[in-house]
Design a protein around this ligand. Structure first.
Ligand code: ADP
Length: 393
């Protein structure tokens, strides 16, 4: 279960096969237009949810889910965005854990309260099942201090928790684990494997993974830092806020909102945050779309190369997320900019999204140098696996 402030994504997942017996998207929760879309083997149906609070809508949605023909449920895994320095792995939810998730809302005011609301509603409806919290930040708790500290006044770190936490940890953990498995079958030792995983979706981040552990990542205190994203700026000079505020009179809170929701590919292109549309527009000569993709690719390549410092080299670049898995043009641009690291695109394999020949999803030519792979992510499956593992123990 992945509960946001006005939407929720939920799936019933077989932790062994990854098969979904149900998936559900709830939208506009807490408004009169609240609605749930449910997909099962029986087909897809849309159910309006009675007007009421966010919590009431969630409980009604869960009741709709339970009314479907489902296999017996083992537990409920909840995605939680911010686990701070406290949570290094997934945990069984009890009242103390729930209270800590809410306390950590100080670091993630947009996300943790919604995640906690989802946990509360699910515990109310599914109180007889064990609940597990899976944190987006947990995988990055292995970063060394040199990677997670900002060079800012120490009081900010000690009293306010201002440091780099990193996000998308569930995806980076799943994809790096899968890549290590695939490469092990080609003779590479997982214990020493040096991977950069680039998760390129609406949100984008890249992580350096050494022997299965995250050693650096591009997102920071919040998901705003690092790569250019759909509507997020990624890295900017913080002094920008001072300048714009002095000109427009808008406060920092409002400007950070604009860096999250009105920036990125959307702002640069003046068109859309959708890479499919941007690629088509760039091809037909839209200058803004071409610029947006160029900045996106350049920034991603620069960060990938930067992360090799944390690894002391590179064995494989692993691409995932909606863009990483499907946008051959973006991947090609990225590999072209990283040729000096020894990455040499295999154009046919890339056009095929790595699905054609090599079982590891390779999109670079065979040789002694590093590889690039396309490995589809599956955060829901990892959440399901963690849940079952914790329930069993
Ligand atoms: P989220 O981060 O919300 O989970 P996704 O991982 O689904 O998002 O990624 C969404 C991005 O992937 C969008 O920019 C979308 O345009 C891009 N994308 C999805 N399919 C394709 C495709 N076939 N070709 C190019 N881009 C694609």
């Amino acid at each position: 279960m992945n509960c946001g402030s006005s939407s929720v994504k939920l799936a019933v997942v077989d932790p062994v096969t990854g098969e979904r017996s149900l998936s559900c998207l709830g939208e506009r929760l807490g408004s009169p237009e609240a609605v749930a879309h449910l997909t099962t083997a029986a087909g897809r149906r849309t159910v309006p949810l009675a007007a009421g609070s966010h919590r009431e809508a969630l409980e009604q949605l869960l009741a709709e889910v339970l009314a479907a023909d489902l296999p017996p449920l083992t537990g409920v895994g909840h995605r939680v965005v911010q686990g701070g320095s406290r949570f290094r792995a997934s945990v069984r939810v009890d009242d103390a854990v729930l209270a800590e998730v809410l306390e950590l809302a100080a670091l993630a005011p947009l996300h943790n309260p919604a995640n906690a609301a989802g946990i509360e509603a699910a515990r109310a409806v599914l109180g007889d099942l064990p609940h597990v919290a899976v944190f987006d930040t947990a995988f990055h708790q292995t970063m060394p201090e040199r990677a997670y500290r900002y060079a800012v006044p120490t009081r900010w770190y000690e009293e306010f928790g201002v440091r780099r936490y990193g996000m998308h940890g569930t995806s980076h953990r799943f994809v790096s684990g899968r890549a290590a498995e695939l490469l092990a079958s080609q003779g590479r030792d997982p214990a020493t494997l040096r991977l950069v995983v680039a998760h390129l979706g609406n949100g984008c981040s890249a992580t350096a993974v050494l022997g299965g552990r995250s050693v650096d990542t591009t997102m920071g205190l919040t998901p705003l830092e690092g790569l250019v994203m759909g509507t997020r700026s990624g890295d900017v000079d913080p002094a920008v806020l001072d300048l714009v505020s002095s000109r427009t009179g808008e406060d920092v809170h409002e400007l950070v909102r604009q860096l999250n929701s009105a920036s990125g590919l959307q702002a640069l292109s003046g068109l859309t945050n959708d890479v499919r549309e941007l690629s088509a527009a760039a091809e037909s000569g839209h200058a803004g779309a071409a610029l947006a993709l160029d900045v996106f690719t350049y920034r991603a390549a620069k960060h990938v190369a930067g992360l090799t410092v944390a690894l002391g080299g590179l064995d494989a670049l692993v691409l995932t997320g909606g863009i990483g898995e499907n946008a051959a043009g973006v991947r090609s641009g990225l590999l072209t900019r990283l040729r000096h690291l020894g990455l040499e695109e295999d154009a046919a394999a890339n056009a095929d999204h790595g699905r054609g020949g090599d079982p590891a999803g390779r999109i670079t030519v065979a040789g002694d140098g590093p590889l690039a792979l396309v490995v589809p992510t599956d955060e829901e499956l990892l959440i399901a696996r963690d849940t079952v593992e914790l329930v069993a123990s």
